[in-house]
Design a protein around this ligand. Structure first.
Ligand code: HEM
Length: 341
């Protein structure tokens, strides 16, 4: 196992050790039923679950249901049909923002030039806050907005795992900053995924000496796709079937919980990132979901990651200190300190 993979495993082991152990132990079965829950590890089964099974988008325990339990309505994950298509068109227009995050990279990486250290998590928080503020057209403080989106997501995830339902103070604060439920949902989606992904990607490049590939305009796009594939920042998609169907040849019934393992569908666990022999795009893209609800922010996420890797690559950083985030909604680091190598 490469040094990068060894370090990256810690984000799962440190935040959800039992869940990670269960998923590792069952991963050889493309789909496995445990009571009313079906664990789906295979690439085809994952696509079946997202595109061929009718899903109950508002069921408790699904992403839409979790967003609703946190206080949101009309939050896109919970929509379907013409209403959902109209929202996607509107959100698609919002997502065309200029690269406002480049200023953050220019300013926050300066200490690396003089032998200092930089916390990549803090950079990611500010970068995503600046981006979310531009997406939403609000004038909230970027770090405050991003931290609020992180708290709201962490609280929703905690309540989901403990099966608690409460009025979320964090979600209310975020809606006030973002201007609407839908704005809050966009901030949650835009901030949490990238704050998880960016520090993990920088650490992977540092540990596996990938900075030359990150710096080169020719190889960077493939590297970005491959890093996102092995990181699978949103590793599990919890869904609930609304009717009978088939996933990887196994029958599912209405009301079954489907745990769609994006990490395994994208072959993150057994295929290392390679710019000479990358996974097919159709596989790499699965970390962004599939079908009518596939992530509309994928292009933006890749642009941010590509710019961030370009900026860091100039310093050939190495990791000096890292701490797993045990409370975040998605597996990631709470500190990822680097200095120029
Ligand atoms: C590396 C970064 C990201 C990853 C891995 C990721 C992953 C995902 C996944 C797996 C889904 C569910 C897809 C499905 O159900 O088929 C999703 C949905 C979504 N993502 Fe992302 N995402 C990322 C970044 C972003 C960004 C930057 C934004 C916005 C600026 C965003 C906005 C959304 C929205 C609004 C949805 C809901 C789409 C719908 O229900 O129609 N994502 N994302």
């Amino acid at each position: 196992m490469s040094r990068a993979r060894r370090r990256d495993r810690l984000v799962y082991l440190g935040s959800h050790p039992f869940l990670f152990a269960l998923l590792s132990a069952t991963r050889f079965a493309p789909a496995m039923r445990i009571g009313r829950t079906v664990l789906v590890h295979g690439t085809d089964g994952y696509v079946d679950g997202l595109t061929r099974v009718r899903l109950d988008r508002t069921a408790p325990g699904s992403t839409g249901g979790i967003a609703r339990a946190a206080g949101g309505t009309d939050v896109m994950f919970d929509e379907s049909g013409p209403e959902h298509r109209a929202t996607r068109r509107a959100v698609g227009r919002t997502l065309a923002v200029p690269p406002v995050w480049r200023d953050v990279l220019r300013q926050r990486l300066r200490p690396l030039a003089t032998g200092g250290t930089v916390d990549v998590v803090a950079v990611a928080v500010e970068l995503t806050g600046v981006t979310a503020r531009a997406l939403l057209g609000v004038d909230a403080d970027p770090v405050h907005l991003a931290e609020s989106a992180r708290r709201a997501a962490a609280e929703a995830a905690r309540d989901h795992f403990s099966r608690r339902k409460r009025d979320s103070q964090a979600a209310r604060e975020l809606v006030a900053l973002a201007g609407s439920d839908r704005g809050a949902m966009l901030a949650v989606a835009a901030v949490n995924t990238m704050v998880a992904a960016l520090p993990r990607a920088v650490a992977w490049c540092a540990d596996d000496h990938l900075w030359a590939a990150a710096e080169d305009d020719e190889t960077r796009p493939a590297l970005v796709d491959e890093l996102l594939r092995v990181l699978a920042p949103s590793p599990l998609l919890p869904r609930v079937a609304a009717g009978d169907g088939q996933v990887a040849g196994r029958g599912v019934r209405g009301g079954d919980r489907l745990i769609l393992v994006a990490r395994h569908a994208a072959q993150a666990h057994h295929r290392r990132p390679s710019i000479v022999d990358p996974a097919p795009k159709s596989v790499a893209q699965l970390v962004f979901g599939a079908g009518p609800h596939a992530c509309p922010g994928a292009r933006l996420a890749k642009a941010q990651l590509a710019d961030a890797l370009t900026a860091f690559a100039a310093y050939r950083p190495v990791v000096v200190r890292a701490k797993v985030d045990r409370t975040a909604a998605l597996p990631g680091w709470s500190t990822m300190e680097v200095r120029a190598g």
